[in-house]
Design a protein around this ligand. Structure first.
Ligand code: AFP
Length: 285
């Protein structure tokens, strides 16, 4: 039930679509003959998930725009209301190896591209051994299990554990800045922390949400804005992790404060426990 609230309607439509997206992965693991606006080869499943979500989300009353990592331009479907930014299938390179993937969404109350401060809700679907949804709204993070058309609440107030346990850093070590590499060496030498990196941001960030710790896809020597997209990945996970009591940073400030220039802007992403993010920002100063 969504009682007509368009934010609830968007969340419900995405949850309802998860089963179909998951089922549609079978037979769509090959590369499509196309690239996304970030110049990355699309998997057939990327296109499938994007088309399915675009069709459903853009027809919700109260939604003005659908934006996707897989589309150059937004789908404009109304004069006012919500703007929904989606990474339809995050981690699609994990398709071939049958590893974790996700669907990421951010619901903004301003036209795209918008800063994270314009988010009113965000979350992700995680295609793991079971399909789950994490969703942040009004300062609360809830987790659901999805099975068929059923969405069962399993946690109605998730907060990051106080004692961090896991870390995961994207990109190649030779491409990291010296300051970031020095920070990672400090983390690696901390025997209370252990490496968890699966190559799909949602799987890795969900480990941080579950066990505490830090995930980063940092600025790289040849890519100073990193790899992850602000609208579709950085903002939604920063909003959720901050709602769960953690912190986010682009290296100097909360990711939510980053002013976008373009729909497909990239942003260095660091999210996790406050103390680790504070140490990271000190290290990058
Ligand atoms: P794909 O969707 O192309 O697999 O990229 C996934 C992703 O955007 C993000 O989910 C991961 O954290 C990051 O890229 C992994 O990047 P590397 O392959 O460079 O480690």
């Amino acid at each position: 039930m969504t009682d007509g609230d368009p934010v609830d309607e968007v969340i419900e439509v995405i949850a309802q679509s998860a089963t179909e997206i998951r089922r549609g992965l079978v037979g769509r693991r090959e590369d499509a003959d196309a690239e996304n606006p970030s110049g990355e080869t699309q998997a057939e499943a990327d296109v499938y998930a994007d088309e399915l979500l675009a069709d459903r989300i853009s027809s919700i009353d109260g939604v003005r725009q659908y934006g996707s990592e897989e589309r150059q331009e937004t789908v404009d479907c109304g004069d006012d209301g919500l703007s929904v930014a989606v990474d339809p299938l995050d981690g699609s390179s994990n398709l071939k190896s049958n590893n974790t993937m996700g669907t990421v969404f951010g619901i903004y109350d301003e036209p795209l591209p918008a800063p994270g401060t314009a988010l009113v809700a965000s979350g992700w679907i995680l295609y793991g051994p079971i399909t789950t949804m994490a969703c942040a709204r009004d300062g609360t993070v809830r987790k659901y299990e999805l099975a068929g058309d059923e969405r069962s609440l399993v946690d109605d107030g998730i907060t990051l554990p106080d004692d961090p346990l896991v870390y995961g850093f994207g990109g190649r070590v030779p491409d990291w800045s010296e300051a970031f590499e020095a920070f990672t060496r400090e983390v690696e030498s901390d025997d209370s922390l252990k490496l968890r990196y699966g190559g799909a941001m949602i799987g890795d960030v969900n480990q941080v949400l579950t066990y505490g710790g830090i995930f980063a896809y940092p600025a790289l020597e040849d890519a100073p804005r990193g790899k992850l997209r602000l609208q579709f990945e950085g903002n939604p996970i920063a909003y959720l992790v901050e709602a769960a009591g953690g912190s986010s940073s682009d290296g100097t400030q909360s990711i939510l404060e980053v002013e976008p220039d373009d729909l497909h802007d990239r942003v260095p992403v660091h999210v996790g426990n406050d103390e680790l993010i504070d140490r990271l920002e000190d290290a990058l100063e």
